[in-house]
Design a protein around this ligand. Structure first.
Ligand code: GLN
Length: 238
């Protein structure tokens, strides 16, 4: 069996180690005997049909501007995959563009693709530092944020978790990230997946479930180092 990961815009959207998320998924698959192919998507490319996991990282406003048109062009394909339960992780810059729009500090609106019912407007402050959130499904998740965008969730949008330390979506309502089907958006860089293996395995399990049509129980891995990394990161001052 081979797992195909679609990595959106690795050149334009890759801040604070976000690429490490793709490596974490790849390694945890390989340790379980599952082969992985990473398809790096750059503007103008075609998206293959047989994608199992979608990933997009963070980027500066300028990077978001560069990918705007291509993202609109591939939106129908991405939305089709996500509506069909393809697991997907998008961080910060791509998270914002999976919403309705991102309005920059200079007043430019970059269109989003409406996977999530969220809007983002640049604020006056920049939120930088380690973040800890609590989520019902994944327990404690630890990451690192650096954004000025303030994201508001629509009425029926579920957050990924509740902020314990940090700003999260908007530094106000204690929500962090959001979720639609198996697609998760979050501000957490770091990269977030290597030190939050439960979250990593969610994407792998959902991808296998979709591929095989059966509920999958993943082989257990030794997560001592990963869990230690999370505990240490959670103790770091902001
Ligand atoms: N430009 C966006 C913001 O500052 C995204 C930043 C990021 O991806 N880290 O809100």
């Amino acid at each position: 069996m081979k797992m195909k990961i679609l990595h959106l815009y690795p050149k334009e959207m890759n801040l604070y180690g976000d690429h490490g998320n793709v490596l974490a998924i790849k390694r945890r698959c390989e340790w379980r005997g599952i082969d992985v192919e990473v398809v790096e998507h750059e503007p103008g490319n075609k998206i293959p049909d047989d994608i199992d996991i979608i990933f997009g990282g963070g980027g500066q406003d300028s990077g978001q501007g560069k990918i705007e048109d291509d993202l609109q062009a591939i939106a129908p394909k991405l939305k089709d995959l996500i509506d069909n339960n393809t697991p997907c992780l998008v961080i910060c810059g791509v998270y914002q563009l999976f919403g309705k729009y991102y309005k920059t500090g200079s007043g430019k609106t970059i269109k989003g693709i409406n996977v999530f019912d969220v809007t983002t407007d640049a604020g006056k402050e920049r939120y930088i530092g380690n973040v800890t959130i609590k989520s019902n499904e994944f327990g404690e998740i630890v990451g690192y944020e650096n954004h000025s965008g303030l994201t508001k969730l629509g009425e029926n949008m579920k957050p990924l978790g509740e902020v314990i330390v940090g700003a999260g979506n908007n530094a106000k309502d204690k929500t962090e990230g959001c979720r639609y089907k198996n697609c998760i958006g979050t501000y957490l860089h770091g990269p977030v997946l290597p030190k939050n293996p439960k979250l990593t395995d969610f994407f792998i399990a959902k991808a296998l479930e979709r591929k095989t049509g059966q509920k999958t129980k993943l082989d257990k891995l030794d997560d001592i180092v990963e869990n230690k990394a999370r505990i240490v990161a959670a103790k770091r001052p902001r």
